[in-house]
Design a protein around this ligand. Structure first.
Ligand code: ADP
Ligand code: ASP
Ligand code: MG
Length: 398
Protein backbone atom coordinates (compact mmCIF):
# COMPACT_ATOMS: atom_id res chain seq x y z
CA UNK A 1 0.00 0.00 0.00
CA UNK A 2 1.26 3.48 -0.88
CA UNK A 3 2.33 5.27 2.30
CA UNK A 4 -0.01 7.88 3.71
CA UNK A 5 1.54 10.42 6.12
CA UNK A 6 1.32 9.51 9.82
CA UNK A 7 -1.59 10.94 11.77
CA UNK A 8 -3.62 11.33 8.60
CA UNK A 9 -7.36 10.97 8.76
CA UNK A 10 -8.54 8.06 6.63
CA UNK A 11 -12.11 7.06 5.82
CA UNK A 12 -12.37 3.35 5.10
CA UNK A 13 -15.56 1.80 3.72
CA UNK A 14 -16.27 -1.94 3.80
CA UNK A 15 -18.98 -3.36 1.55
CA UNK A 16 -21.39 -6.20 2.16
CA UNK A 17 -19.12 -9.16 1.36
CA UNK A 18 -16.34 -7.60 3.40
CA UNK A 19 -18.57 -7.68 6.52
CA UNK A 20 -20.55 -10.74 5.45
CA UNK A 21 -19.75 -12.95 8.48
CA UNK A 22 -18.24 -12.68 11.94
CA UNK A 23 -14.95 -13.96 10.48
CA UNK A 24 -15.00 -11.21 7.87
CA UNK A 25 -15.83 -8.60 10.52
CA UNK A 26 -12.85 -9.84 12.50
CA UNK A 27 -10.63 -9.45 9.43
CA UNK A 28 -11.96 -5.91 8.93
CA UNK A 29 -11.28 -5.10 12.59
CA UNK A 30 -7.67 -6.30 12.18
CA UNK A 31 -7.23 -4.11 9.10
CA UNK A 32 -8.65 -1.11 10.95
CA UNK A 33 -6.39 -1.80 13.97
CA UNK A 34 -3.36 -1.96 11.68
CA UNK A 35 -4.13 1.47 10.22
CA UNK A 36 -4.72 2.79 13.73
CA UNK A 37 -1.39 1.48 15.00
CA UNK A 38 0.28 3.15 12.01
CA UNK A 39 -0.90 6.37 13.64
CA UNK A 40 -3.94 7.28 11.60
CA UNK A 41 -7.32 8.56 12.70
CA UNK A 42 -9.99 6.24 11.38
CA UNK A 43 -13.59 6.69 10.34
CA UNK A 44 -15.06 3.41 9.11
CA UNK A 45 -18.23 3.20 7.03
CA UNK A 46 -19.95 -0.17 6.78
CA UNK A 47 -22.61 -1.67 4.52
CA UNK A 48 -25.16 -4.24 5.60
CA UNK A 49 -23.86 -7.84 5.67
CA UNK A 50 -24.01 -9.32 2.16
CA UNK A 51 -27.52 -10.30 1.09
CA UNK A 52 -29.11 -8.50 4.03
CA UNK A 53 -30.53 -5.51 2.16
CA UNK A 54 -32.06 -7.86 -0.43
CA UNK A 55 -33.46 -10.03 2.33
CA UNK A 56 -35.13 -7.03 3.98
CA UNK A 57 -36.43 -5.84 0.62
CA UNK A 58 -37.88 -9.31 0.00
CA UNK A 59 -39.69 -9.22 3.34
CA UNK A 60 -41.15 -5.81 2.49
CA UNK A 61 -42.32 -7.06 -0.90
CA UNK A 62 -44.06 -9.99 0.73
CA UNK A 63 -46.21 -7.38 2.44
CA UNK A 64 -46.64 -5.05 -0.54
CA UNK A 65 -45.15 -5.24 -4.08
CA UNK A 66 -44.49 -1.50 -3.87
CA UNK A 67 -43.95 -0.82 -0.15
CA UNK A 68 -44.46 2.65 1.31
CA UNK A 69 -41.21 4.48 0.61
CA UNK A 70 -40.87 5.90 4.13
CA UNK A 71 -41.29 2.55 5.83
CA UNK A 72 -38.94 0.88 3.37
CA UNK A 73 -36.18 3.26 4.47
CA UNK A 74 -36.89 2.54 8.13
CA UNK A 75 -36.53 -1.15 7.32
CA UNK A 76 -33.51 -1.06 4.99
CA UNK A 77 -31.47 1.23 7.24
CA UNK A 78 -31.54 -1.55 9.85
CA UNK A 79 -29.10 -3.68 7.83
CA UNK A 80 -26.19 -1.26 8.24
CA UNK A 81 -26.93 -0.88 11.94
CA UNK A 82 -26.25 -4.56 12.50
CA UNK A 83 -22.81 -4.51 10.92
CA UNK A 84 -21.72 -1.24 12.53
CA UNK A 85 -22.54 -2.52 16.01
CA UNK A 86 -20.82 -5.87 15.41
CA UNK A 87 -17.66 -4.16 14.15
CA UNK A 88 -17.62 -1.78 17.13
CA UNK A 89 -18.00 -4.74 19.51
CA UNK A 90 -15.19 -6.59 17.75
CA UNK A 91 -12.80 -3.63 17.93
CA UNK A 92 -13.56 -2.96 21.58
CA UNK A 93 -12.99 -6.63 22.37
CA UNK A 94 -9.62 -6.45 20.62
CA UNK A 95 -8.72 -3.49 22.85
CA UNK A 96 -9.33 -0.70 20.36
CA UNK A 97 -11.89 1.82 21.63
CA UNK A 98 -14.54 2.25 18.94
CA UNK A 99 -18.03 3.65 18.79
CA UNK A 100 -20.72 3.13 16.16
CA UNK A 101 -23.05 5.88 14.90
CA UNK A 102 -26.15 5.77 12.76
CA UNK A 103 -26.23 8.19 9.82
CA UNK A 104 -28.27 10.70 11.80
CA UNK A 105 -26.05 10.41 14.90
CA UNK A 106 -23.12 11.11 12.59
CA UNK A 107 -24.72 14.38 11.41
CA UNK A 108 -25.60 13.18 7.88
CA UNK A 109 -28.44 15.33 6.54
CA UNK A 110 -30.26 14.49 3.33
CA UNK A 111 -33.12 15.72 1.18
CA UNK A 112 -36.52 14.03 1.58
CA UNK A 113 -36.35 11.66 -1.40
CA UNK A 114 -37.05 8.34 0.35
CA UNK A 115 -35.14 5.35 -1.13
CA UNK A 116 -32.91 7.61 -3.22
CA UNK A 117 -31.95 10.56 -1.04
CA UNK A 118 -28.97 12.86 -1.60
CA UNK A 119 -26.72 14.11 1.18
CA UNK A 120 -27.23 17.85 1.59
CA UNK A 121 -24.98 18.58 4.57
CA UNK A 122 -22.78 16.86 7.13
CA UNK A 123 -22.18 18.30 10.57
CA UNK A 124 -18.64 17.03 11.25
CA UNK A 125 -18.67 17.79 14.98
CA UNK A 126 -20.08 14.53 16.41
CA UNK A 127 -17.39 12.53 14.63
CA UNK A 128 -14.64 15.04 15.36
CA UNK A 129 -15.43 14.91 19.07
CA UNK A 130 -15.05 11.12 19.11
CA UNK A 131 -11.86 11.22 17.03
CA UNK A 132 -10.43 13.70 19.53
CA UNK A 133 -10.98 11.01 22.20
CA UNK A 134 -8.83 8.69 20.05
CA UNK A 135 -11.76 6.44 19.18
CA UNK A 136 -12.32 4.68 15.90
CA UNK A 137 -15.66 5.99 14.63
CA UNK A 138 -17.85 3.53 12.76
CA UNK A 139 -20.69 4.98 10.71
CA UNK A 140 -23.62 3.15 9.12
CA UNK A 141 -23.47 3.65 5.36
CA UNK A 142 -26.42 4.27 3.06
CA UNK A 143 -28.53 6.31 5.52
CA UNK A 144 -29.20 9.81 6.75
CA UNK A 145 -31.92 12.04 8.10
CA UNK A 146 -34.06 14.60 6.29
CA UNK A 147 -35.05 18.07 7.54
CA UNK A 148 -38.29 16.49 8.76
CA UNK A 149 -36.22 14.10 10.92
CA UNK A 150 -37.20 11.15 8.78
CA UNK A 151 -34.82 8.25 8.11
CA UNK A 152 -33.73 8.20 4.46
CA UNK A 153 -31.53 5.89 2.38
CA UNK A 154 -29.22 6.86 -0.46
CA UNK A 155 -30.07 4.35 -3.21
CA UNK A 156 -28.50 0.91 -3.77
CA UNK A 157 -24.76 0.97 -3.26
CA UNK A 158 -25.12 4.21 -1.28
CA UNK A 159 -22.53 3.38 1.40
CA UNK A 160 -19.84 4.42 -1.08
CA UNK A 161 -21.41 7.87 -1.12
CA UNK A 162 -21.59 8.01 2.68
CA UNK A 163 -17.86 7.32 2.81
CA UNK A 164 -16.91 9.88 0.18
CA UNK A 165 -19.18 12.55 1.67
CA UNK A 166 -17.73 11.97 5.15
CA UNK A 167 -14.20 12.10 3.73
CA UNK A 168 -15.05 15.46 2.14
CA UNK A 169 -16.69 16.93 5.24
CA UNK A 170 -13.85 15.80 7.52
CA UNK A 171 -11.10 16.76 5.03
CA UNK A 172 -9.77 13.20 5.15
CA UNK A 173 -6.47 12.47 3.44
CA UNK A 174 -7.98 9.51 1.56
CA UNK A 175 -11.26 7.67 1.14
CA UNK A 176 -10.58 3.95 0.77
CA UNK A 177 -13.38 1.77 -0.61
CA UNK A 178 -12.65 -1.83 0.38
CA UNK A 179 -14.59 -4.41 -1.61
CA UNK A 180 -14.47 -7.96 -2.97
CA UNK A 181 -12.28 -7.17 -6.01
CA UNK A 182 -8.81 -5.64 -5.82
CA UNK A 183 -9.60 -2.48 -7.77
CA UNK A 184 -11.35 -1.13 -10.83
CA UNK A 185 -10.95 -3.33 -13.89
CA UNK A 186 -11.32 -2.72 -17.62
CA UNK A 187 -14.50 -4.78 -17.27
CA UNK A 188 -16.30 -6.53 -14.44
CA UNK A 189 -13.83 -9.37 -13.82
CA UNK A 190 -16.74 -11.65 -12.91
CA UNK A 191 -18.02 -11.37 -16.47
CA UNK A 192 -14.90 -10.80 -18.53
CA UNK A 193 -11.97 -13.11 -17.74
CA UNK A 194 -9.54 -10.97 -19.73
CA UNK A 195 -10.35 -7.81 -17.76
CA UNK A 196 -7.29 -5.99 -16.41
CA UNK A 197 -6.98 -4.08 -13.14
CA UNK A 198 -6.14 -0.42 -13.53
CA UNK A 199 -3.63 1.26 -11.22
CA UNK A 200 -5.19 4.66 -11.87
CA UNK A 201 -8.41 5.73 -13.50
CA UNK A 202 -9.41 9.27 -14.40
CA UNK A 203 -12.49 10.73 -12.71
CA UNK A 204 -14.15 11.27 -16.12
CA UNK A 205 -13.74 7.61 -16.99
CA UNK A 206 -14.84 6.37 -13.58
CA UNK A 207 -17.93 8.57 -13.78
CA UNK A 208 -18.88 7.06 -17.14
CA UNK A 209 -18.12 3.55 -15.95
CA UNK A 210 -20.33 3.98 -12.88
CA UNK A 211 -23.13 5.74 -14.77
CA UNK A 212 -23.24 2.92 -17.29
CA UNK A 213 -23.26 -0.02 -14.95
CA UNK A 214 -19.93 -0.59 -13.16
CA UNK A 215 -21.29 -0.94 -9.66
CA UNK A 216 -17.84 -1.15 -8.07
CA UNK A 217 -18.51 2.50 -7.09
CA UNK A 218 -21.93 4.12 -6.80
CA UNK A 219 -22.18 6.94 -9.37
CA UNK A 220 -22.99 9.58 -6.76
CA UNK A 221 -19.85 8.73 -4.81
CA UNK A 222 -17.67 9.35 -7.85
CA UNK A 223 -19.45 12.60 -8.65
CA UNK A 224 -19.12 13.79 -5.07
CA UNK A 225 -15.42 12.89 -4.89
CA UNK A 226 -14.79 14.65 -8.14
CA UNK A 227 -16.64 17.83 -7.19
CA UNK A 228 -15.06 18.02 -3.77
CA UNK A 229 -11.55 16.85 -4.58
CA UNK A 230 -11.75 13.77 -2.36
CA UNK A 231 -8.83 11.35 -2.98
CA UNK A 232 -10.54 8.05 -3.71
CA UNK A 233 -9.10 4.53 -3.87
CA UNK A 234 -10.73 1.12 -4.48
CA UNK A 235 -9.07 -1.84 -2.74
CA UNK A 236 -9.66 -5.46 -1.79
CA UNK A 237 -10.60 -6.24 1.80
CA UNK A 238 -9.40 -9.82 1.19
CA UNK A 239 -5.80 -9.15 0.18
CA UNK A 240 -3.17 -6.42 0.38
CA UNK A 241 -2.39 -4.21 -2.58
CA UNK A 242 -2.55 -0.65 -3.87
CA UNK A 243 -5.89 -1.11 -5.65
CA UNK A 244 -7.01 1.59 -8.07
CA UNK A 245 -6.62 5.31 -7.46
CA UNK A 246 -9.35 7.48 -8.96
CA UNK A 247 -7.55 10.60 -10.03
CA UNK A 248 -7.43 13.58 -12.35
CA UNK A 249 -4.10 12.39 -13.80
CA UNK A 250 -4.64 9.49 -16.16
CA UNK A 251 -5.25 8.51 -19.75
CA UNK A 252 -8.48 10.40 -20.22
CA UNK A 253 -7.68 11.35 -23.78
CA UNK A 254 -7.80 7.74 -25.02
CA UNK A 255 -10.06 7.29 -28.03
CA UNK A 256 -11.97 4.48 -26.35
CA UNK A 257 -11.94 4.83 -22.60
CA UNK A 258 -14.66 2.44 -21.55
CA UNK A 259 -17.63 0.21 -22.22
CA UNK A 260 -20.34 -0.53 -19.68
CA UNK A 261 -23.17 -3.01 -19.54
CA UNK A 262 -26.41 -2.56 -17.70
CA UNK A 263 -28.17 -5.87 -17.41
CA UNK A 264 -31.51 -6.87 -15.81
CA UNK A 265 -33.54 -4.51 -17.98
CA UNK A 266 -36.86 -4.88 -19.79
CA UNK A 267 -38.07 -3.27 -22.99
CA UNK A 268 -41.75 -2.28 -22.86
CA UNK A 269 -44.34 -0.76 -25.11
CA UNK A 270 -46.64 1.79 -23.51
CA UNK A 271 -49.93 2.98 -25.03
CA UNK A 272 -49.22 6.67 -24.42
CA UNK A 273 -47.64 9.47 -26.47
CA UNK A 274 -44.08 10.12 -25.33
CA UNK A 275 -44.78 13.56 -23.76
CA UNK A 276 -47.66 12.21 -21.66
CA UNK A 277 -45.60 9.20 -20.60
CA UNK A 278 -42.67 11.36 -19.56
CA UNK A 279 -44.97 13.59 -17.48
CA UNK A 280 -46.29 10.54 -15.64
CA UNK A 281 -42.82 9.11 -15.08
CA UNK A 282 -41.55 12.45 -13.73
CA UNK A 283 -44.51 12.68 -11.39
CA UNK A 284 -43.60 9.34 -9.85
CA UNK A 285 -39.85 9.92 -9.94
CA UNK A 286 -39.15 7.04 -12.35
CA UNK A 287 -36.46 7.59 -14.97
CA UNK A 288 -36.32 5.47 -18.14
CA UNK A 289 -34.96 5.47 -21.65
CA UNK A 290 -38.00 6.33 -23.91
CA UNK A 291 -38.49 6.60 -27.63
CA UNK A 292 -41.74 7.11 -29.63
CA UNK A 293 -42.86 4.24 -31.86
CA UNK A 294 -46.08 5.91 -33.16
CA UNK A 295 -47.87 9.13 -32.23
CA UNK A 296 -49.67 7.26 -29.45
CA UNK A 297 -47.21 4.58 -28.38
CA UNK A 298 -43.77 4.75 -26.78
CA UNK A 299 -41.10 2.17 -26.20
CA UNK A 300 -39.13 2.35 -23.01
CA UNK A 301 -36.34 0.45 -21.31
CA UNK A 302 -36.34 0.13 -17.57
CA UNK A 303 -34.46 -1.69 -14.84
CA UNK A 304 -36.35 -4.82 -13.80
CA UNK A 305 -36.39 -3.60 -10.20
CA UNK A 306 -38.58 -0.68 -11.30
CA UNK A 307 -41.19 -2.86 -13.03
CA UNK A 308 -43.59 -3.21 -10.10
CA UNK A 309 -43.54 0.54 -9.54
CA UNK A 310 -44.05 1.22 -13.25
CA UNK A 311 -47.03 -1.12 -13.31
CA UNK A 312 -48.56 0.99 -10.58
CA UNK A 313 -47.97 4.19 -12.53
CA UNK A 314 -49.04 2.86 -15.95
CA UNK A 315 -51.74 0.42 -14.89
CA UNK A 316 -52.91 -1.60 -17.90
CA UNK A 317 -51.07 0.56 -20.45
CA UNK A 318 -47.76 -1.27 -20.62
CA UNK A 319 -46.75 -4.46 -22.41
CA UNK A 320 -43.38 -6.11 -21.78
CA UNK A 321 -41.55 -6.89 -25.03
CA UNK A 322 -38.23 -8.48 -24.09
CA UNK A 323 -35.35 -8.73 -21.65
CA UNK A 324 -32.53 -6.44 -22.79
CA UNK A 325 -29.13 -5.10 -21.77
CA UNK A 326 -27.38 -1.84 -22.57
CA UNK A 327 -23.74 -2.01 -23.57
CA UNK A 328 -21.97 1.36 -23.48
CA UNK A 329 -18.62 2.24 -24.96
CA UNK A 330 -17.07 5.24 -23.22
CA UNK A 331 -14.34 7.58 -24.42
CA UNK A 332 -13.56 10.65 -26.47
CA UNK A 333 -13.49 8.76 -29.75
CA UNK A 334 -16.57 6.56 -29.44
CA UNK A 335 -18.74 8.63 -31.77
CA UNK A 336 -16.66 7.36 -34.66
CA UNK A 337 -17.12 3.75 -33.60
CA UNK A 338 -20.84 3.20 -34.20
CA UNK A 339 -20.24 1.29 -37.41
CA UNK A 340 -17.21 -0.80 -36.37
CA UNK A 341 -18.88 -1.83 -33.09
CA UNK A 342 -22.18 -2.75 -34.79
CA UNK A 343 -20.26 -4.58 -37.52
CA UNK A 344 -18.19 -6.66 -35.12
CA UNK A 345 -21.35 -7.62 -33.21
CA UNK A 346 -23.33 -8.34 -36.39
CA UNK A 347 -20.54 -10.67 -37.52
CA UNK A 348 -21.19 -12.71 -34.38
CA UNK A 349 -24.95 -12.71 -35.07
CA UNK A 350 -25.73 -10.09 -32.41
CA UNK A 351 -28.31 -7.54 -33.43
CA UNK A 352 -28.07 -4.01 -32.05
CA UNK A 353 -31.69 -2.99 -31.55
CA UNK A 354 -31.09 0.71 -30.90
CA UNK A 355 -28.16 2.96 -30.27
CA UNK A 356 -27.62 6.43 -28.87
CA UNK A 357 -24.44 8.41 -29.13
CA UNK A 358 -23.12 11.47 -27.34
CA UNK A 359 -19.61 12.90 -27.49
CA UNK A 360 -18.35 10.58 -24.74
CA UNK A 361 -20.66 7.54 -24.72
CA UNK A 362 -22.02 5.10 -27.28
CA UNK A 363 -24.85 2.94 -25.89
CA UNK A 364 -26.19 -0.13 -27.66
CA UNK A 365 -29.30 -2.07 -26.79
CA UNK A 366 -28.94 -5.84 -27.20
CA UNK A 367 -31.05 -8.82 -26.22
CA UNK A 368 -30.25 -10.10 -22.72
CA UNK A 369 -29.39 -13.48 -24.19
CA UNK A 370 -26.60 -11.82 -26.22
CA UNK A 371 -25.08 -9.70 -23.47
CA UNK A 372 -22.32 -12.03 -22.30
CA UNK A 373 -21.05 -12.69 -25.81
CA UNK A 374 -21.37 -9.01 -26.72
CA UNK A 375 -19.23 -8.01 -23.74
CA UNK A 376 -16.59 -10.61 -24.53
CA UNK A 377 -16.40 -9.57 -28.17
CA UNK A 378 -16.30 -5.84 -27.50
CA UNK A 379 -13.75 -6.23 -24.71
CA UNK A 380 -11.51 -8.33 -26.90
CA UNK A 381 -11.74 -6.11 -29.95
CA UNK A 382 -11.78 -2.65 -28.37
CA UNK A 383 -9.84 -3.24 -25.13
CA UNK A 384 -7.42 -6.14 -25.36
CA UNK A 385 -6.47 -5.68 -29.01
CA UNK A 386 -6.42 -1.89 -28.80
CA UNK A 387 -4.24 -2.00 -25.68
CA UNK A 388 -1.46 -3.46 -27.72
CA UNK A 389 -1.64 -0.19 -29.69
CA UNK A 390 -1.28 1.62 -26.35
CA UNK A 391 -4.79 3.02 -26.51
CA UNK A 392 -5.68 1.71 -23.02
CA UNK A 393 -9.48 1.49 -23.20
CA UNK A 394 -11.79 0.20 -20.48
CA UNK A 395 -14.83 -2.02 -20.31
CA UNK A 396 -17.33 -1.88 -17.46
CA UNK A 397 -20.17 -4.24 -16.75
CA UNK A 398 -22.81 -4.63 -14.10
P1 ADP B 1 -19.58 -3.86 -2.16
O1 ADP B 1 -20.58 -4.76 -1.53
O2 ADP B 1 -18.20 -4.00 -1.58
O3 ADP B 1 -20.04 -2.44 -2.24
P2 ADP B 1 -20.28 -4.22 -4.95
O4 ADP B 1 -20.86 -5.55 -5.26
O5 ADP B 1 -21.19 -3.08 -4.82
O6 ADP B 1 -19.38 -4.40 -3.64
O7 ADP B 1 -19.15 -3.82 -6.02
C1 ADP B 1 -18.10 -4.72 -6.29
C2 ADP B 1 -18.43 -5.51 -7.54
O8 ADP B 1 -18.45 -4.64 -8.65
C3 ADP B 1 -17.41 -6.55 -7.93
O9 ADP B 1 -17.62 -7.76 -7.26
C4 ADP B 1 -17.58 -6.67 -9.43
O10 ADP B 1 -18.34 -7.81 -9.78
C5 ADP B 1 -18.40 -5.44 -9.80
N1 ADP B 1 -17.81 -4.66 -10.90
C6 ADP B 1 -18.51 -4.17 -11.96
N2 ADP B 1 -17.71 -3.54 -12.80
C7 ADP B 1 -16.47 -3.59 -12.29
C8 ADP B 1 -15.21 -3.09 -12.72
N3 ADP B 1 -15.08 -2.41 -13.86
N4 ADP B 1 -14.13 -3.33 -11.94
C9 ADP B 1 -14.26 -4.02 -10.80
N5 ADP B 1 -15.42 -4.51 -10.34
C10 ADP B 1 -16.52 -4.31 -11.08
N1 ASP C 1 -26.70 -2.11 1.81
C1 ASP C 1 -27.00 -1.20 0.71
C2 ASP C 1 -27.18 -1.99 -0.57
O1 ASP C 1 -27.11 -3.21 -0.56
C3 ASP C 1 -26.00 -0.12 0.56
C4 ASP C 1 -24.59 -0.55 0.20
O2 ASP C 1 -24.26 -1.73 0.33
O3 ASP C 1 -23.80 0.30 -0.21
O4 ASP C 1 -27.42 -1.42 -1.59
MG1 MG D 1 -21.27 -1.44 -3.58
Amino acid sequence: MTQIARESLIVQKFGGTSVGSIERIEAVAKRVMKAKTEGHQLVVVVSAMSGETNRLLGLAQQVDAVPAARELDVLLSAGEQVSMALLAMMLNKMGQPAVSLTGWQAGIETDSMFNDASITHIDPRPIQQLLAQDKVVIVAGFQGMSDEREITTLGRGGSDTTAVALAGALHANECQIFTDVDGVYTCDPRIEPEARRLDVIHFDDMTSMARNGAKVLQLQSVEHARENGVPLRVLSSFEDGDGTLVSFDSHVSAEVVGVALKSQQTQLEVALPIAELQDQLNLFGVSCWCQPTTANTTQLVTANEQLARLELVLAGKMRPLAGVATLSLVGNGVAALVEPVCAVLAKAGIQVQQHTCSTHCLSLLVSDSDQQLAVNIVHKRFVVETESLDNRPLLAVS
